[in-house]
Design a protein. Sequence first.
Length: 191
Amino acid sequence: MADGSWYDADIDHVIISEQQIRDKIDELAKQVSTDHTDAVDGILLVCVLKGAVMFMADFARSLGRHGPSTEMEFMAVSSYGQGTTSSGVVRILKDLDRDIAGRHVLVVEDIVDSGLTLSWLMKYLESRSPASVEVVALFRKPDAVKVQVPVRYVGFDIPNEFVVGYGLDFSERYRELPYVGVLKPEVYARS
Ligand code: PRP
């Protein structure tokens, strides 16, 4: 691997490069911008911590170059699950700071896996009477979908492997990798 962080040694192979991520985010931002020319109050972006932080930062800047004004909100939720599997029972750790009634809301997610977190979140946000609620997810694991959630904008469909980087973690590490890679099995085997 070219330049490197110490994490690179733990990565088996890269599945999405930094450049591919950059290009895709620009494409998503253009699409969202085209679809929201009538959003006079702009778009209220709701980032779901922590994994979506990288995507939120890059997506909001790209959207800013293409069109509608944005405001940023952050939510933190905790899914009660078995190990790495979420159960669909969600607890709010950090709620929205403002009223979203009448606003065009776009949930910014890093990954939709089972879809359980998002399914719960959509119901929660819809109960607060926004003008619309849509989702942009940078990654989606199609093999693992248990719940059908309408995700309007999807960046990449990725295989059901142990991936890290660009916000995705393993035990809170690897989030800062600029690319997405598959973790070497011996890394999670030794934990
Ligand atoms: C991840 C991701 C989604 C959720 C998707 O968050 O950011 O919110 O899991 O999984 P699901 O579709 O199976 O519900 P995680 O709980 O790992 O927290 P993090 O973002 O802080 O890493």
